[in-house]
Design a protein around this ligand. Structure first.
Ligand code: FAD
Length: 301
Protein backbone atom coordinates (compact mmCIF):
# COMPACT_ATOMS: atom_id res chain seq x y z
CA UNK A 1 0.00 0.00 0.00
CA UNK A 2 2.85 2.41 0.89
CA UNK A 3 4.49 2.08 -2.57
CA UNK A 4 1.12 2.41 -4.17
CA UNK A 5 0.34 5.63 -2.29
CA UNK A 6 3.73 7.08 -3.27
CA UNK A 7 3.14 6.19 -6.91
CA UNK A 8 -0.39 7.52 -6.77
CA UNK A 9 0.77 10.82 -5.29
CA UNK A 10 3.52 11.14 -7.90
CA UNK A 11 1.10 10.36 -10.72
CA UNK A 12 -1.07 13.35 -9.66
CA UNK A 13 -4.18 11.44 -10.57
CA UNK A 14 -6.62 13.39 -8.45
CA UNK A 15 -7.53 14.12 -4.86
CA UNK A 16 -6.72 11.55 -2.19
CA UNK A 17 -8.64 11.58 1.08
CA UNK A 18 -7.39 9.23 3.79
CA UNK A 19 -9.81 7.58 6.26
CA UNK A 20 -12.65 9.53 4.73
CA UNK A 21 -15.99 8.74 6.42
CA UNK A 22 -18.27 7.34 3.74
CA UNK A 23 -21.30 8.57 5.69
CA UNK A 24 -20.46 11.87 3.94
CA UNK A 25 -20.93 10.17 0.56
CA UNK A 26 -24.08 8.05 0.94
CA UNK A 27 -27.72 9.16 0.92
CA UNK A 28 -28.33 7.02 4.04
CA UNK A 29 -25.60 9.10 5.74
CA UNK A 30 -24.23 5.84 7.13
CA UNK A 31 -20.83 4.23 6.65
CA UNK A 32 -17.36 3.94 8.17
CA UNK A 33 -14.16 5.23 6.56
CA UNK A 34 -12.58 4.34 3.25
CA UNK A 35 -8.82 3.74 3.64
CA UNK A 36 -8.48 6.04 0.64
CA UNK A 37 -11.13 7.93 -1.24
CA UNK A 38 -9.78 8.81 -4.67
CA UNK A 39 -11.44 11.56 -6.67
CA UNK A 40 -9.84 11.41 -10.12
CA UNK A 41 -9.78 14.54 -12.23
CA UNK A 42 -11.01 12.92 -15.42
CA UNK A 43 -11.15 9.86 -17.63
CA UNK A 44 -7.41 9.44 -18.22
CA UNK A 45 -6.62 9.80 -14.52
CA UNK A 46 -9.28 7.26 -13.61
CA UNK A 47 -7.95 4.72 -16.11
CA UNK A 48 -4.38 5.26 -14.87
CA UNK A 49 -5.54 4.80 -11.28
CA UNK A 50 -7.23 1.49 -12.08
CA UNK A 51 -4.12 0.26 -13.89
CA UNK A 52 -2.01 1.22 -10.87
CA UNK A 53 -4.42 -0.52 -8.50
CA UNK A 54 -4.28 -3.64 -10.67
CA UNK A 55 -0.49 -3.55 -10.74
CA UNK A 56 -0.33 -3.38 -6.92
CA UNK A 57 -3.22 -5.82 -6.36
CA UNK A 58 -5.13 -3.30 -4.25
CA UNK A 59 -8.90 -3.76 -3.95
CA UNK A 60 -11.13 -0.93 -5.14
CA UNK A 61 -14.78 -0.03 -5.05
CA UNK A 62 -16.65 2.37 -7.32
CA UNK A 63 -18.92 4.95 -5.77
CA UNK A 64 -21.51 7.13 -7.44
CA UNK A 65 -23.91 9.12 -5.32
CA UNK A 66 -24.09 6.29 -2.75
CA UNK A 67 -27.89 6.17 -3.14
CA UNK A 68 -28.10 2.38 -3.29
CA UNK A 69 -25.35 1.47 -0.87
CA UNK A 70 -25.15 0.40 2.73
CA UNK A 71 -21.54 0.90 3.82
CA UNK A 72 -20.56 -1.12 6.90
CA UNK A 73 -19.59 0.64 10.13
CA UNK A 74 -15.97 -0.56 9.78
CA UNK A 75 -15.82 1.01 6.33
CA UNK A 76 -14.10 -0.07 3.13
CA UNK A 77 -10.55 -1.36 2.85
CA UNK A 78 -8.47 -0.32 -0.12
CA UNK A 79 -9.52 2.47 -2.42
CA UNK A 80 -12.96 3.88 -3.12
CA UNK A 81 -13.13 5.73 -6.44
CA UNK A 82 -15.62 8.55 -6.82
CA UNK A 83 -15.66 10.29 -10.20
CA UNK A 84 -16.42 13.99 -10.18
CA UNK A 85 -15.92 17.05 -12.36
CA UNK A 86 -14.09 15.53 -15.34
CA UNK A 87 -16.81 12.90 -15.71
CA UNK A 88 -19.71 15.20 -14.92
CA UNK A 89 -20.98 16.11 -18.40
CA UNK A 90 -23.74 15.39 -20.87
CA UNK A 91 -23.57 15.93 -24.62
CA UNK A 92 -26.48 15.56 -27.01
CA UNK A 93 -25.90 14.40 -30.57
CA UNK A 94 -29.21 14.04 -32.40
CA UNK A 95 -31.32 11.53 -30.49
CA UNK A 96 -28.34 10.15 -28.57
CA UNK A 97 -27.02 11.55 -25.31
CA UNK A 98 -23.51 10.80 -24.08
CA UNK A 99 -23.10 11.26 -20.32
CA UNK A 100 -20.12 10.93 -18.02
CA UNK A 101 -20.25 8.50 -15.09
CA UNK A 102 -20.63 11.25 -12.49
CA UNK A 103 -23.52 13.02 -14.22
CA UNK A 104 -26.77 13.14 -12.26
CA UNK A 105 -29.38 10.77 -13.68
CA UNK A 106 -32.14 13.19 -12.62
CA UNK A 107 -30.45 16.11 -14.36
CA UNK A 108 -30.02 13.97 -17.47
CA UNK A 109 -33.74 13.21 -17.62
CA UNK A 110 -34.63 16.89 -17.21
CA UNK A 111 -32.14 17.89 -19.93
CA UNK A 112 -33.52 15.25 -22.30
CA UNK A 113 -37.04 16.61 -21.76
CA UNK A 114 -35.84 20.13 -22.53
CA UNK A 115 -34.26 18.82 -25.76
CA UNK A 116 -37.68 17.35 -26.67
CA UNK A 117 -36.39 13.78 -26.37
CA UNK A 118 -38.44 11.01 -24.80
CA UNK A 119 -37.20 7.83 -23.06
CA UNK A 120 -35.62 9.14 -19.87
CA UNK A 121 -38.78 10.30 -18.08
CA UNK A 122 -38.55 7.30 -15.73
CA UNK A 123 -35.23 8.62 -14.37
CA UNK A 124 -36.67 11.89 -13.03
CA UNK A 125 -36.71 10.60 -9.43
CA UNK A 126 -33.68 8.29 -9.34
CA UNK A 127 -31.13 10.24 -7.32
CA UNK A 128 -27.94 8.54 -8.51
CA UNK A 129 -25.27 9.00 -11.14
CA UNK A 130 -25.15 7.67 -14.69
CA UNK A 131 -22.49 5.11 -13.62
CA UNK A 132 -24.60 3.80 -10.74
CA UNK A 133 -27.72 3.67 -12.94
CA UNK A 134 -25.96 1.54 -15.56
CA UNK A 135 -24.48 -0.79 -12.92
CA UNK A 136 -27.91 -1.26 -11.32
CA UNK A 137 -30.00 -1.17 -14.51
CA UNK A 138 -31.98 1.39 -12.52
CA UNK A 139 -35.61 1.73 -13.40
CA UNK A 140 -39.04 2.99 -12.47
CA UNK A 141 -42.53 3.54 -13.90
CA UNK A 142 -42.29 0.48 -16.15
CA UNK A 143 -38.96 1.34 -17.76
CA UNK A 144 -35.27 0.97 -17.01
CA UNK A 145 -31.78 1.70 -18.34
CA UNK A 146 -31.74 -1.36 -20.61
CA UNK A 147 -34.59 0.13 -22.72
CA UNK A 148 -32.57 3.15 -23.81
CA UNK A 149 -29.01 1.89 -23.45
CA UNK A 150 -26.87 2.16 -26.53
CA UNK A 151 -23.32 1.60 -25.27
CA UNK A 152 -20.88 2.35 -22.45
CA UNK A 153 -17.19 2.98 -22.29
CA UNK A 154 -15.82 0.87 -19.47
CA UNK A 155 -12.42 0.30 -17.94
CA UNK A 156 -12.16 -3.30 -16.77
CA UNK A 157 -10.28 -4.12 -13.57
CA UNK A 158 -7.28 -5.24 -15.62
CA UNK A 159 -7.11 -1.70 -16.98
CA UNK A 160 -8.39 -2.71 -20.44
CA UNK A 161 -10.70 -0.18 -22.10
CA UNK A 162 -13.82 -1.65 -23.73
CA UNK A 163 -17.05 -0.39 -25.29
CA UNK A 164 -20.02 -2.56 -24.39
CA UNK A 165 -23.29 -2.50 -26.29
CA UNK A 166 -26.68 -3.63 -24.98
CA UNK A 167 -26.05 -7.26 -25.94
CA UNK A 168 -22.88 -7.31 -23.80
CA UNK A 169 -24.56 -5.92 -20.68
CA UNK A 170 -26.64 -8.93 -19.61
CA UNK A 171 -29.33 -6.57 -18.29
CA UNK A 172 -32.23 -7.89 -16.23
CA UNK A 173 -34.23 -6.58 -13.27
CA UNK A 174 -31.73 -4.35 -11.37
CA UNK A 175 -28.89 -6.35 -12.85
CA UNK A 176 -26.06 -5.75 -15.33
CA UNK A 177 -22.89 -7.58 -16.38
CA UNK A 178 -20.94 -5.23 -14.09
CA UNK A 179 -22.30 -7.16 -11.12
CA UNK A 180 -20.51 -10.25 -12.51
CA UNK A 181 -17.48 -8.75 -14.19
CA UNK A 182 -15.78 -5.87 -12.46
CA UNK A 183 -15.37 -2.64 -14.38
CA UNK A 184 -15.82 1.10 -14.06
CA UNK A 185 -18.27 2.87 -16.35
CA UNK A 186 -16.63 6.02 -17.73
CA UNK A 187 -19.38 7.16 -20.07
CA UNK A 188 -22.75 5.84 -21.24
CA UNK A 189 -24.70 6.60 -24.40
CA UNK A 190 -28.50 6.46 -24.33
CA UNK A 191 -30.69 6.33 -27.40
CA UNK A 192 -33.81 8.51 -27.10
CA UNK A 193 -36.59 9.45 -29.53
CA UNK A 194 -38.09 12.77 -30.55
CA UNK A 195 -41.13 13.48 -28.39
CA UNK A 196 -43.61 16.16 -27.40
CA UNK A 197 -42.02 18.50 -24.82
CA UNK A 198 -45.35 19.17 -23.15
CA UNK A 199 -46.20 15.47 -22.77
CA UNK A 200 -42.71 14.69 -21.44
CA UNK A 201 -42.96 17.49 -18.86
CA UNK A 202 -46.45 16.38 -17.80
CA UNK A 203 -45.38 12.76 -17.40
CA UNK A 204 -42.32 13.77 -15.32
CA UNK A 205 -44.42 16.07 -13.14
CA UNK A 206 -46.90 13.24 -12.48
CA UNK A 207 -44.08 10.86 -11.47
CA UNK A 208 -42.64 13.54 -9.19
CA UNK A 209 -45.95 14.28 -7.53
CA UNK A 210 -46.44 10.56 -6.84
CA UNK A 211 -42.94 10.21 -5.34
CA UNK A 212 -43.38 13.25 -3.11
CA UNK A 213 -46.64 11.77 -1.84
CA UNK A 214 -45.39 8.20 -1.32
CA UNK A 215 -41.67 8.40 -0.46
CA UNK A 216 -39.85 9.90 2.57
CA UNK A 217 -37.65 12.08 0.37
CA UNK A 218 -36.69 14.55 3.10
CA UNK A 219 -35.04 11.85 5.22
CA UNK A 220 -31.78 9.93 4.74
CA UNK A 221 -32.63 6.67 2.92
CA UNK A 222 -31.52 4.54 -0.03
CA UNK A 223 -34.76 3.97 -1.92
CA UNK A 224 -36.26 0.49 -2.01
CA UNK A 225 -34.35 -1.80 0.33
CA UNK A 226 -35.63 -5.09 -1.13
CA UNK A 227 -36.26 -6.17 -4.71
CA UNK A 228 -39.87 -6.90 -5.54
CA UNK A 229 -40.57 -10.65 -5.55
CA UNK A 230 -42.21 -12.00 -8.73
CA UNK A 231 -45.81 -10.72 -9.08
CA UNK A 232 -45.79 -8.88 -5.77
CA UNK A 233 -44.40 -5.80 -4.03
CA UNK A 234 -42.04 -5.87 -1.07
CA UNK A 235 -43.72 -2.73 0.32
CA UNK A 236 -47.12 -4.45 0.29
CA UNK A 237 -45.74 -7.51 2.11
CA UNK A 238 -43.89 -5.45 4.73
CA UNK A 239 -46.96 -3.33 5.40
CA UNK A 240 -49.23 -6.41 5.57
CA UNK A 241 -46.84 -7.90 8.15
CA UNK A 242 -47.45 -4.87 10.37
CA UNK A 243 -43.84 -3.68 10.18
CA UNK A 244 -44.48 -0.03 9.26
CA UNK A 245 -42.66 2.12 11.81
CA UNK A 246 -40.73 -0.88 13.23
CA UNK A 247 -37.42 0.32 14.58
CA UNK A 248 -33.95 -1.01 15.44
CA UNK A 249 -31.68 1.64 16.99
CA UNK A 250 -31.82 4.64 14.66
CA UNK A 251 -33.16 2.68 11.67
CA UNK A 252 -36.89 2.68 11.02
CA UNK A 253 -39.29 1.22 8.44
CA UNK A 254 -40.76 4.33 6.84
CA UNK A 255 -44.40 5.09 7.65
CA UNK A 256 -44.76 6.52 4.14
CA UNK A 257 -43.20 3.66 2.13
CA UNK A 258 -42.72 0.30 3.83
CA UNK A 259 -39.87 -0.77 1.54
CA UNK A 260 -37.80 2.26 2.59
CA UNK A 261 -35.69 2.27 5.77
CA UNK A 262 -34.94 5.72 7.09
CA UNK A 263 -32.04 6.89 9.21
CA UNK A 264 -33.75 8.81 11.99
CA UNK A 265 -30.48 10.49 12.98
CA UNK A 266 -27.86 8.19 14.44
CA UNK A 267 -28.49 4.88 12.67
CA UNK A 268 -25.51 2.58 12.20
CA UNK A 269 -25.10 0.06 9.39
CA UNK A 270 -25.57 -2.67 12.02
CA UNK A 271 -28.98 -1.16 12.94
CA UNK A 272 -30.05 -1.29 9.29
CA UNK A 273 -28.72 -4.83 8.79
CA UNK A 274 -30.48 -6.08 11.93
CA UNK A 275 -33.71 -4.44 10.79
CA UNK A 276 -33.35 -5.93 7.30
CA UNK A 277 -32.86 -9.45 8.63
CA UNK A 278 -35.80 -9.01 11.02
CA UNK A 279 -38.01 -7.99 8.07
CA UNK A 280 -36.77 -10.95 6.01
CA UNK A 281 -37.49 -13.35 8.89
CA UNK A 282 -41.04 -12.05 9.45
CA UNK A 283 -41.91 -12.11 5.72
CA UNK A 284 -40.53 -15.64 5.33
CA UNK A 285 -42.51 -16.81 8.33
CA UNK A 286 -45.77 -15.09 7.40
CA UNK A 287 -45.77 -15.45 3.60
CA UNK A 288 -43.09 -18.04 2.78
CA UNK A 289 -41.30 -15.45 0.60
CA UNK A 290 -37.57 -14.68 0.77
CA UNK A 291 -36.95 -10.98 0.22
CA UNK A 292 -33.72 -10.24 -1.64
CA UNK A 293 -31.96 -6.92 -0.89
CA UNK A 294 -31.79 -4.35 -3.67
CA UNK A 295 -29.37 -2.17 -1.70
CA UNK A 296 -25.76 -3.28 -1.87
CA UNK A 297 -23.91 -3.94 1.35
CA UNK A 298 -20.26 -3.02 1.02
CA UNK A 299 -17.28 -2.87 3.34
CA UNK A 300 -15.65 -4.82 6.12
CA UNK A 301 -18.03 -6.63 8.50
P1 FAD B 1 -24.13 3.97 -5.85
O1 FAD B 1 -25.15 3.72 -4.81
O2 FAD B 1 -23.00 4.89 -5.53
O3 FAD B 1 -23.55 2.59 -6.33
C1 FAD B 1 -24.42 1.53 -6.68
C2 FAD B 1 -23.56 0.43 -7.34
O4 FAD B 1 -23.08 0.92 -8.57
C3 FAD B 1 -22.33 0.08 -6.50
O5 FAD B 1 -22.06 -1.30 -6.60
C4 FAD B 1 -21.22 0.87 -7.17
O6 FAD B 1 -19.97 0.24 -6.98
C5 FAD B 1 -21.67 0.82 -8.62
N1 FAD B 1 -21.19 1.98 -9.38
C6 FAD B 1 -21.37 3.29 -9.11
N2 FAD B 1 -20.79 4.05 -10.05
C7 FAD B 1 -20.22 3.18 -10.94
C8 FAD B 1 -19.46 3.34 -12.14
N3 FAD B 1 -19.16 4.56 -12.63
N4 FAD B 1 -19.04 2.23 -12.78
C9 FAD B 1 -19.33 0.99 -12.31
N5 FAD B 1 -20.03 0.78 -11.18
C10 FAD B 1 -20.48 1.86 -10.52
N6 FAD B 1 -33.42 2.96 -7.91
C11 FAD B 1 -34.18 2.53 -8.96
O7 FAD B 1 -33.73 1.69 -9.75
N7 FAD B 1 -35.43 3.04 -9.15
C12 FAD B 1 -35.98 3.98 -8.33
O8 FAD B 1 -37.10 4.41 -8.55
C13 FAD B 1 -35.18 4.45 -7.23
N8 FAD B 1 -35.67 5.38 -6.39
C14 FAD B 1 -34.87 5.83 -5.37
C15 FAD B 1 -35.37 6.84 -4.53
C16 FAD B 1 -34.58 7.33 -3.50
C17 FAD B 1 -35.13 8.40 -2.60
C18 FAD B 1 -33.27 6.83 -3.30
C19 FAD B 1 -32.41 7.36 -2.19
C20 FAD B 1 -32.78 5.81 -4.12
C21 FAD B 1 -33.57 5.32 -5.17
N9 FAD B 1 -33.09 4.32 -6.02
C22 FAD B 1 -33.87 3.89 -7.07
C23 FAD B 1 -31.77 3.69 -5.79
C24 FAD B 1 -30.58 4.39 -6.47
O9 FAD B 1 -30.82 5.76 -6.65
C25 FAD B 1 -30.24 3.74 -7.80
O10 FAD B 1 -29.90 2.38 -7.66
C26 FAD B 1 -29.08 4.48 -8.50
O11 FAD B 1 -28.96 4.02 -9.83
C27 FAD B 1 -27.74 4.30 -7.81
O12 FAD B 1 -26.83 5.23 -8.35
P2 FAD B 1 -25.61 5.79 -7.49
O13 FAD B 1 -24.79 6.67 -8.35
O14 FAD B 1 -26.09 6.37 -6.22
O15 FAD B 1 -24.83 4.44 -7.22
Amino acid sequence: MKHFIEELEQAAIGRLLFDEPLSNHTTWKIGGPADILLIPEGKEQLVSAIRLLHKHGIPWTSLGRGSNMLVSDKGVRGVVIKPKDGLDYARFDGDVVYAGAAYSFIKLSVMAGKEGLTGLEFAGGIPGTVGGAVYMNAGAHGSDVSRIFRSAEIVLETGELVRYEGKDMNFSYRHSILQEKKGFVLEAAFELSPGDRKLITESMAAHKERRLRTQPLQLPCAGSVFRNPPNDHSARLIEAAGLKGFRVGGAEVSELHSNFIINTGQATAEDVLTLMSHIQGVIREQFGISLVPEVLVVGER
